[in-house]
Design a protein around this ligand. Sequence first.
Ligand SMILES: NC(=O)c1ccc[n+]([C@@H]2O[C@H](COP(=O)([O-])OP(=O)(O)OC[C@H]3O[C@@H](n4cnc5c(N)ncnc54)[C@H](OP(=O)(O)O)[C@@H]3O)[C@@H](O)[C@H]2O)c1
Length: 253
Amino acid sequence: MIEGKLNFFVVLAGLAVAAGVFAALFFISAPYGRHLRRGWGPLIANQSSWIIMESPAALVFAVCFALGSVPRNLPILVFFALWELHYIHRAFIYPFTIRDGHKKMPIAVMLMGFAFNLGNAYANGRFLFTFSGGYPQRWLMDARFWVGVILFLTGTILNRWADLTLRSLRQPGETGYRIPYGGLFRWISCPNYLGEIVEWCGWALATWSLPGLAFAVWTIANLAPRARSHHAWYHANFADYPGERKALIPGLW
Ligand SMILES: NC(=O)c1ccc[n+]([C@@H]2O[C@H](COP(=O)([O-])OP(=O)(O)OC[C@H]3O[C@@H](n4cnc5c(N)ncnc54)[C@H](OP(=O)(O)O)[C@@H]3O)[C@@H](O)[C@H]2O)c1
């Protein structure tokens, strides 16, 4: 009971922080990648940082699953599989694929990502596998479930394709930037962020849960301002950057 309240509190705190982060990121771009700059304290290698900050999401969620009390029927197994599909890749595969010539990021950024992933995996995992009381088998036939799962998988494919396209712009050891072309890059600067947002909106819909909704809101709050910063950076650094391209939403923004 007390832990149920704690879980709810973590979700509300996450939403409050998301609102602050959204406002702040329109004025300060998170200092990693192309936006890395002095003044954010000691640095750590990008690759180690990605592993350290993303692994709690995969591990804590798995522990919540192992300790969970709800019946392990198909909807619950699908939720577990989708989450781990994303986070095993993000924490243990993606860091070994980046081509950044051993760039670094501030430890402060890594710690913020670590704290977020810890709280978010706890909030979603404990809710789904314990406090929700479980999902009935008929949830599989509910449009919220299957539309959500389709959105999640579509977002995953878009996110991975776009990240692959970006890293293919560099040869091993290179650190510079080129203009990406092809697919959704024709219309927007950041299809990887759009894919990530679609994924977690799908998650919110499929799980129909407050922690799921909070995660989707957080992802938008984090990535929409960053897409705007990337877009402005491309225009500032490439005179021939395609003028018709938007930041995140084709034709709109
Ligand atoms: N759920 C969330 O809230 C959240 C938050 C952050 C990130 N993510 C996900 O984590 C992944 C990485 O995020 P990110 O912010 O690092 O993405 P990013 O800025 O698009 O960079 C992705 C990778 O591609 C390289 N790259 C990007 N644009 C390039 C270009 N024009 N030419 C050459 N190389 C280029 C970057 O190198 P540099 O590092 O040298 O710039 C980096 O290694 C994405 O899939 C994103 O969706 C999720």
